[in-house]
Design a protein. Structure first.
Ligand SMILES: C[S@@+](CC[C@H](N)C(=O)[O-])C[C@H]1O[C@@H](n2cnc3c(N)ncnc32)[C@H](O)[C@@H]1O
Length: 346
């Protein structure tokens, strides 16, 4: 199998380019990749239906919608599923404006809160966020989901939460007025929803198991990286704001190396099941470094191998980014790759 550099695609393996894009930026999702990466893979694979089993903030689904390609996604994280559904939804702007206007009339009253998320917000702001959350819960779906995403992304923008790798820290700073910020954001989202051009039918499925056999001819995805993020922890404030919790569920990534590759092996077998013959699979993944043991794990090679075990043909590995494996944040101990693995069901 061929390993070659494709470093010009490196910036596309990050969420940064999406930050300026309407709809794509409705939720800041640091671990996401960019629309252009999906566009490039759609050009390469020319699929008629795409799957993203780790759809996160919905980049793959939204890019497919924009290009008129049907797609299906799954994700274990509640806020990821909500964001993917809302971003790819077909919205009636009149209805959205009507429910939003209802919220402008909400009189302020105190919603006391003494729980664990208190430390991430200024007290008055949090009470108002919770009041809006209560009012939004009275709105019927799907408009409720739209407003919940607007509320969650606004609340995170003005919170004191600071995501430092796998840890949620508190960084206090002056905060803008919540209601004004929320209304502005919700109105902007409505405008962008109206302007968004895309005809691909999208679906957010319950789980990978619920996706039918031989129903897709491309998979475009990025799984959690080994030893990086515990999604249920890093997105616990967002999940709390949408009234869902995924604590206790099995997330890939933070667990042991053995379990990670065992689980990814099962995912690859599932992908083989849902792929039609001739289907292409593109997986973006980063290698891991365990500083205590001073050991690098080449996840890209390992996943390509597991792909072959699942009966795919490993075609190539394109290296998108290279960085140093650092011990105690400064001592260089080798090179870590972030790669795009290309598999094919022949
Ligand atoms: C690297 S992110 C994907 C980001 C996505 N490409 C985007 O642009 O937003 C990996 C995703 O895998 C999800 N995940 C972690 N463990 C999972 C599991 N066991 N089953 C399904 N999804 C899982 C996380 O919630 C996260 O959204």
């Amino acid at each position: 199998m061929d390993i070659s550099d494709k470093l010009e695609w490196g910036p596309l393996a990050t969420f940064v380019p999406n930050k300026k894009l309407p709809v794509y930026n409705w939720l800041y999702f640091k671990e996401g990749f960019s629309r252009e990466l999906v566009f490039n893979l759609l050009d390469k694979f020319k699929p008629s239906r795409v799957l993203d089993p780790f759809c996160g903030s919905g980049t793959t689904l939204l890019a497919c919608k924009e290009k008129g390609v049907p797609s299906v996604g799954t994700d274990q994280l509640p806020i990821a599923r909500l964001a993917s559904r809302v971003k790819t939804g077909d919205w009636d702007p009149e209805k959205l404006r009507e429910v939003l206007a209802g919220l402008t009339k909400v009189k302020f009253r105190r919603i006391p809160y003494q729980g664990p998320f208190k430390r991430f917000f200024q007290k008055n702001v949090l009470e108002d966020v919770l009041l809006f959350k209560e009012e939004i819960s009275k709105v019927a779906p799907p408009e409720r989901d739209f407003l919940l995403l607007a509320l969650t992304s606004t609340a995170m923008r003005i919170s004191w939460a600071w995501k430092d790798g796998n840890v949620l820290k508190v960084k206090k700073h002056p905060v803008p007025p919540f209601r004004k910020f929320f209304m502005r954001r919700a109105k902007r989202m409505i405008k962008e929803a109206v302007a968004f051009q895309g005809t691909g039918k999208t679906e957010v499925a319950e789980s990978l198991k619920s996706v039918g056999g031989k129903t897709v001819d491309a998979v475009i995805t990025s799984p959690p990286y080994l030893n990086q993020i515990d999604y249920s922890r890093v997105y616990s404030i967002e999940d709390w704001l949408i009234d869902e919790s995924s604590e206790g569920q099995q997330y890939l990534g933070p667990e042991s190396e053995g379990k990670y590759f065992h689980d990814m092996g099962s995912v690859l077998k599932e992908l083989f099941r849902v792929c039609k013959s001739g289907a292409w699979v593109g997986i973006v993944v980063g290698n891991a470094y365990f500083p205590q043991e001073d050991r690098i794990v080449e996840s890209d090679l390992k996943l390509a191998e597991l792909g072959e075990k699942a009966d795919f043909k490993a075609k190539e590995i394109l290296v998108l980014n290279k960085r140093h494996a650092l011990q105690r944040r400064t001592i260089k101990r080798g090179e870590l790759r972030e790669s795009l693995i290309i598999l094919k069901k022949e």
